[in-house]
Design a protein around this ligand. Structure first.
Ligand code: SF4
Length: 488
């Protein structure tokens, strides 16, 4: 059974009720039913004043209104980071390397194609391919790469090259065009012709300029990021949007970020028409992972002599809902951290489901939050568990160590009260797992199934990190960490 591609958005968004009390039960019911739209001010009030479980219940209701009560999805794909050489120096990044670093790499075509072959062998349908921004690679390298992938694996969906990469393509290749938008289009069109199918939302981080300048050194502006996605939508490509929070930003910055995504999606729907163009298909947010990163070395607010923890967090002082906050508004802005735990994660995800009324899918970030918070996320507005994880090199470099295979991800979805189903990049259901041959229902001995440390070999040029779960590389039982799916 393959479901139809969805095109769910209404041609006009639900109305805002700017004078509504954000805690009014009738108003919240209307938001949860998709009949009223939250303003940024109302969203901020909900963040601060609504209990977490209430927020979760509303987000769950909105999610069920869009996706029904029965099925929750996952995709089988593979993260391939084709190079770790990067001109940017994001302070939250433990992955990047300089060109002359001893562990800098760029994957050879054959190694990359082997990774795709391994993915196809386990029933995978797409690759998520992103890199650092490597000035050594010409446009022809990317065109040949896409050509080789599509020649060998025409059925594999290529979800590749995040907006910061496109902006660096423009800088590196100097394509023709009078405006940035024209230049992006000049680069994107040949990549699409060569096999690019959709654009991932990496590099979104936090859009507010004051935050972005502090953490995304050398990375594109929010305007440039959003412009890349607009070009993709005009070319008919679907994209995702992301947000990395829980560092120096204020809560208002997170809501401003959601607001920018919603606005640009509104514009795409209005300008490209109900049937035309591409869209932001999905939104995924996750907390900053601090290990091995310069940003992670910052102290928490209150941990430095002279801080007064009774006073607001500097990021909250600076944050403005319209994104105009400046570092001048607090002397310690950008110098103190506020990491996000499970409560903040679930609150953020639930609010994103309610705020982003024009986006189809909300993904649960089990990769950063762990399998069980990821599972709980299915009751806090998320309809999708993202990907089984054959390979991941970026957040794992920053200390995150979760990895699931298909039976485990199905088990987590089923234990949350839903039927697991494999989807494709367009969120079409490929294989709903109702019956006894389901990947999880087929398992008799769960003691053999453990979440496993990602990135064990720390060498993406030779091994898939989690590949031994799939019988694709040699396994090492001693490397398995005890994150057993609980229950059996
Ligand atoms: S996050 Fe991406 S753009 Fe930033 S330094 Fe790391 S690899 Fe480069």
């Amino acid at each position: 059974m393959i479901s139809e591609p969805h095109r769910t958005e209404a041609s006009s968004p639900p109305p805002t009720r700017t004078d509504a009390d954000p805690l009014d039960r009738g108003f919240l019911d209307a938001v949860a039913d998709g009949e009223a739209r939250l303003t940024a001010e109302q969203a901020l009030a909900l963040w601060h004043r609504l209990p977490l479980t209430d927020l979760g219940r509303l987000a769950d209701r909105r999610c069920r209104g869009l996706h029904g009560d029965r099925i929750r999805t996952y995709v089988i794909d593979r993260n391939i980071n084709y190079t770790n050489v990067c001109t940017a120096k994001c302070t939250f990044c433990a992955f990047r390397r300089d060109l002359d670093d001893s562990d800098a790499y760029t994957l050879e075509y054959d190694a990359l194609l082997e990774k795709v072959r391994e993915l196809v062998a386990i029933g995978g349908t797409q690759i998520l391919m992103q890199g650092g921004m490597n000035p050594e690679l010409p446009l022809d390298w990317y065109l040949e790469l896409l050509g080789r992938i599509k020649t060998a694996f025409p059925e594999v969906h290529v979800h590749a090259f995040s907006p910061p990469e496109f902006i660096e393509f423009v800088n590196f290749f100097d394509p023709p065009g009078a405006t940035l938008k024209d230049k992006i289009r000049s680069v994107m069109e040949p990549l699409v012709d060569a096999g690019l199918d959709s654009v991932p939302g990496g590099g979104g981080e936090i859009f507010a300029d004051a935050v972005r300048r502090k953490i995304g050194l050398g990375k594109c502006t929010a305007e440039a990021w959003l412009t890349v996605m607009r070009v993709a939508h005009e070319l008919g490509l679907n994209t995702s949007a992301t947000m990395m929070f829980g560092h120096i930003e204020g809560v208002g910055d997170r809501i401003h970020h959601l607001d920018m995504v919603r606005r640009w999606q509104d514009d795409a729907i209005r300008d490209l028409g109900p049937e035309g163009g591409g869209r932001y298909h999905a939104f995924i947010s996750w907390p900053f992972q601090p290990d091995h990163t310069p940003l992670g070395n910052l102290k928490a607010w209150g941990d430095v002599e002279g801080d007064d923890p009774a006073q607001p967090f500097p990021g909250d002082v600076v944050a403005k809902l319209d994104g105009t906050g400046t570092k001048a508004d607090h002397p310690e802005f950008g110098r103190r951290l506020r990491l996000a735990g499970a409560n903040t994660y679930l609150r953020t995800q639930a609010l994103s489901r309610l705020y982003l009324d024009n986006i189809w899918s909300i993904g649960s970030s089990w990769v950063t939050m762990g399998p069980h918070i990821g599972q709980v996320g299915l009751r806090y507005g998320a309809n999708d568990m993202g990907s089984v994880m054959m390979e991941e090199n970026v957040v794992s470099s920053a200390g995150t160590t979760h990895c699931l295979n298909e039976p485990m991800i199905c088990r987590l979805v089923r234990d949350a009260g839903f039927v697991p189903a494999q989807r494709d990049n367009d969120y079409r259901v490929l294989r709903p797992h109702f019956g006894p041959s389901a990947p999880d229902l087929d398992v008799e001995d769960w003691s053999r199934f453990r979440a496993k440390a990602l990135h064990r070999e720390n060498d993406p040029t030779t091994d898939a990190g989690c590949g031994s779960h799939y019988g694709t590389t040699s396994g090492d039982a001693s490397a398995i960490v005890d994150l057993t799916v609980e229950g059996n």
